[in-house]
Design a protein around this ligand. Structure first.
Ligand SMILES: O=P(O)(O)O[C@@H]1C[C@H](O)[C@@H](CO)O1
Ligand code: URA
Length: 335
C-alpha cells in the first residue's frame, strides 16, 4: 500500500524522515480514482477553477463518466490536434475538426474529448501540471470514472539517443537521479514515490512495433525544474558552470539510466500513482543533449517529431479497444 509520502522538515536531514500515514489510500478502489483528501467529502460544491468546471454547474458523471484514456501534454494546440487525430483513428462520425474546448471559459488549460479519450494541456513545468492534475483527478473522481489509463505525451531532450526517438519512461527521476518527487507542504518537504506502471510501459513498447518508422525505447526520464541551467544548458541567460562540468553531469545521468530530460514526469508519476491511476510517460527527444543545447531542427521536422508519441498512443488505444489492426497511414495534424 502506498502512503502519500514521507516528510522532512525543510532544513532537516534525510534521517529525520518519517512516514505520513494519515492520507494512506484504500487498497480496494474497484478501478475508481482514489482521492487522498478527507476534506473533499465535507464540501457541498467543488469548483475546478482552472478547468472552468464544477460539481454544481456541470453534470460531471454525464460529461465524463465513460472516459477510459486521458492524454496530457504541454501545448494546447498539440492536445487539440491529438483529439482530432484520435477522432479519426477511432472511426467516429464527422471530421473531428469542430471538437470544442471544454475549458474554453478559462485560458489556463485546453481540454477536448472524443469517444472515451480526454486530451488536456498542462502547460510547462511541475507547478503548472500539478494544478491541472489536482483538478483533473478530482474531475475523474466526481465523474465516477473507472479503470482510467493516463498518459503524458510530450517532448524532451534525449541523452545518448538519436533525435526523434521516443522514450517510454520506466522510472521518473529527479535532477539527482533519484526516483522521488519532493513537494513542500506546510513548510515540510514531502517525498513521494515516482513509480510508473511497468506493465503499461511494456504494453506501449509492444505497440511501438506497429509504428516502426522511428526508434522507441524504455528508459529513465529525468525531470527538472528548469529548461536551461536546470537541464545543464550553457545557453540560458544565466550559467554558472563550465562546458566540462555540464558534460560530466549529463554523462553521469546517462550512466544512471537516464535517456531523456523533461519537466513534468516526477510530479505526474507521483500524483497519478497515489490516486490509483495507471500512468505512463511517452516523450519524443528533440535533440541529443550530449551533442548540444539548442534545438536546431526545422519547425517541420519538430512538428513531425511531436506526432510520434501521438501515433504510438493511437495504436495503443486502438489495440485496447479492439480496433486492431491499425487504420491507414493517417497523421495527426501539424501541431
Ligand atoms: O509536453 P511538453 O512538450 O511541453 O514537455 C516538455 C517539458 C516542458 O514543459 C517543455 C519545455 O520545452 O517541453
Ligand atoms: O531539451 C528539452 C527539450 C524539450 N523539453 C525539455 O524539457 N528539454
Amino acid at each position: 500500500m502506498r502512503g502519500s509520502g514521507t516528510t522532512t522538515g525543510a532544513n532537516s536531514s534525510a534521517a529525520a524522515r518519517r512516514p505520513l500515514t494519515r492520507l494512506c489510500p484504500s487498497p480496494r478502489s474497484g478501478g475508481l480514482v482514489l482521492i487522498k483528501n478527507p476534506h473533499l467529502d465535507t464540501m457541498e460544491e467543488d469548483i475546478l477553477y482552472h478547468l472552468d468546471l464544477g460539481t454544481r454547474t456541470h453534470n460531471l458523471p454525464a460529461m465524463f463518466g465513460d472516459i477510459k484514456f486521458v492524454c496530457v501534454g504541454g501545448s494546447p494546440n498539440r492536445m487539440k490536434a491529438f483529439a482530432q487525430f484520435m477522432h479519426k483513428e477511432l472511426g467516429l462520425e464527422g471530421s473531428g475538426e469542430d471538437l470544442a474546448d471544454i475549458c474554453a471559459g478559462t485560458d489556463r488549460y485546453a481540454m477536448y474529448r472524443t469517444g472515451p479519450v480526454l486530451s488536456i494541456s498542462h502547460g510547462m513545468g511541475i507547478p503548472s501540471i500539478s494544478i491541472m492534475l489536482h483538478e483533473l483527478i478530482k474531475l475523474l473522481h466526481h465523474a465516477k470514472c473507472r479503470d482510467v489509463t493516463i498518459i503524458r505525451i510530450g517532448t524532451s531532450g534525449g541523452l545518448g539517443i538519436e533525435a526523434g526517438s521516443v522514450v517510454i519512461t520506466d522510472t521518473a527521476v529527479d535532477a539527482s537521479f533519484q526516483p522521488r518527487f519532493e513537494q513542500v507542504v506546510l513548510g515540510d518537504v514531502v517525498v513521494r514515490s515516482t513509480d510508473l506502471d511497468r506493465d503499461l510501459a511494456e504494453e506501449l513498447l509492444a505497440c511501438s512495433k506497429e509504428v516502426p518508422d522511428f526508434p522507441t525505447l524504455i528508459g529513465h526520464t529525468m525531470c527538472t525544474y528548469d529548461f536551461y541551467e536546470g537541464q545543464g544548458r550553457l545557453d540560458g541567460a544565466l550559467c554558472s558552470f563550465s562546458s566540462e562540468k555540464k558534460l560530466e553531469y549529463l554523462k553521469r545521468a546517462h550512466e544512471a539510466g537516464v535517456r531523456n530530460i523533461e519537466m513534468e514526469s516526477t510530479a505526474f508519476a507521483a500524483m497519478c500513482g497515489l490516486c490509483g491511476l495507471k500512468a505512463a510517460v511517452v516523450c519524443v527527444a528533440l535533440l541529443d543533449r550530449l551533442e548540444g543545447d539548442q534545438i536546431r531542427a526545422p519547425r517541420e521536422v519538430l512538428r513531425e517529431y511531436q506526432q510520434r508519441p501521438q501515433r504510438l498512443i493511437a495504436a495503443f488505444i486502438r489495440r485496447r479497444l479492439g480496433l486492431h489492426p491499425p487504420a491507414g497511414p493517417a497523421l495527426p495534424s501539424s501541431n
